[in-house]
Design a protein around this ligand. Structure first.
Ligand code: CUA
Length: 352
């Protein structure tokens, strides 16, 4: 859980980092109670049999140790029918119970209720995009209504990822080229961690998100706001556009740092900003050099393979179809004017 704290998106904290058991955070979905029940059941069976077997082994070692030189065994026991039946039937019954409880839970978790609220999830190196029915798109924050079943329909644009929400006890692979799904119902409003739990490359450990469970009307309000926020930004106001770009930067943050103390796996936006401001051309991996301007940023967002900066690898996904013209303008305005908003360690400037 300690490592998880670092991956919480800017400005968010989670409730599930506190409390819970040694194994798991506090249970927060309708599944969690029965899953913890099965887990504890199996855990105690293992613990009881481990103690029993080790204790008997030690006892027999002592009891039947060789006492004097040359002593022979007096009887040879070949089998004991009642003992053998006992150690066959008891584990068989335990296995049947575990299988039954597990199967019942599995079937329940595989079939989302017909009235579930559906969210489209896209995994991409290395962030999560959550798309709602009204068109709202949130990056790194999954907003869901409390007290209602929620179904996630998930796919990946590049490699295998996997959604894991420990507090809800749900986990499902996210596979390129097909849809997978999972569902849950969280009754208590709060914020919970979502992890990528399939190793997917350099910034896998940063590929985390927050699940924000909201009361129904607050949820509707926020989703409506998220669907329309960029339309309301005044495109002629550079500061407003830079701030919008900073909000969109959540998509970039797992690779492109704005904190010079902690550069990520891609060029920091400060380097890009400084070179743009100074008019310094950037050295590319293929030996060419390219001037940094609006076109360079736009090309890098839509066709990342065109300009691979020297010292880095060609691993950025394209954002074609995900960011429209205004969003791209907001991002390059943010990079151009980021010194108005941020300090060199990525913190917000006072009044910014
Ligand atoms: Cu995506 Cu690990």
């Amino acid at each position: 859980m300690l490592a998880a704290a670092a991956a919480v998106p800017e400005g968010w904290s989670t409730d599930d980092l506190e409390g819970g058991s040694m194994w798991m955070p506090n249970p927060a979905s309708t599944f969690a109670g029965s899953i913890d029940g099965v887990f504890n059941f199996i855990y105690w069976i293992c613990l009881i049999f481990f103690a029993l077997i080790v204790a008997m082994m030690v006892y027999f070692c002592v009891k039947y140790r060789r006492r004097e030189e040359g002593q022979k065994a007096e009887v040879q026991i070949t089998h004991n029918t009642s003992l053998e039946l006992t150690w066959t039937i008891i584990p068989l019954l335990l296995s049947v119970v575990i299988f039954y409880v597990g199967l019942e839970g599995y079937v329940q978790m595989r079939q989302a209720p017909a009235n579930a609220y559906e969210v489209q999830v896209t995994g991409q190196k290395w962030n999560w995009t959550f798309t709602h029915r009204n068109g709202a798109q949130d990056v790194q924050v999954l907003k869901v209504p409390a007290g209602r079943p929620v179904k996630l329909t998930m796919t990946s644009t590049d490699v295998l990822h996997s959604v894991y929400i420990p507090a809800f006890r749900v986990k499902q692979d996210v596979v390129p080229g097909r849809y997978s799904s999972l569902w849950f119902q969280a009754d208590e409003p709060g914020t919970y961690q979502l992890f990528c739990t399939e190793y997917c490359g350099t910034s896998h450990s940063q590929m985390a998100a927050i699940v924000s469970v909201l009361e129904e009307d607050e949820f509707e309000r926020q989703i409506a706001e998220d669907a329309a926020w960029l339309d309301k930004v005044d495109a002629t106001n550079a500061l407003a556009m830079a701030e919008a770009g900073y909000r969109l930067y959540a998509r970039c943050a797992s690779c492109h740092s704005v904190n010079l103390d902690e550069p990520g796996s891609a060029p920091t936006f400060w380097d890009t900003h400084d070179m743009w401001e100074a008019g310094t051309p950037r050295q590319m991996a293929d030996g060419s050099s390219v001037a940094i301007d609006e076109n360079y940023i736009k090309t890098s967002i839509l066709y990342p393979g065109e300009h691979v900066v020297a010292g880095y690898v060609d691993q950025m996904p394209s954002f074609r179809g995900q960011l429209d013209e205004k969003a791209i303008q907001a991002i390059f305005t943010f990079i151009r004017d980021m010194d108005d908003l941020l300090n060199r360690d990525g913190s917000l400037k006072a009044g910014g």
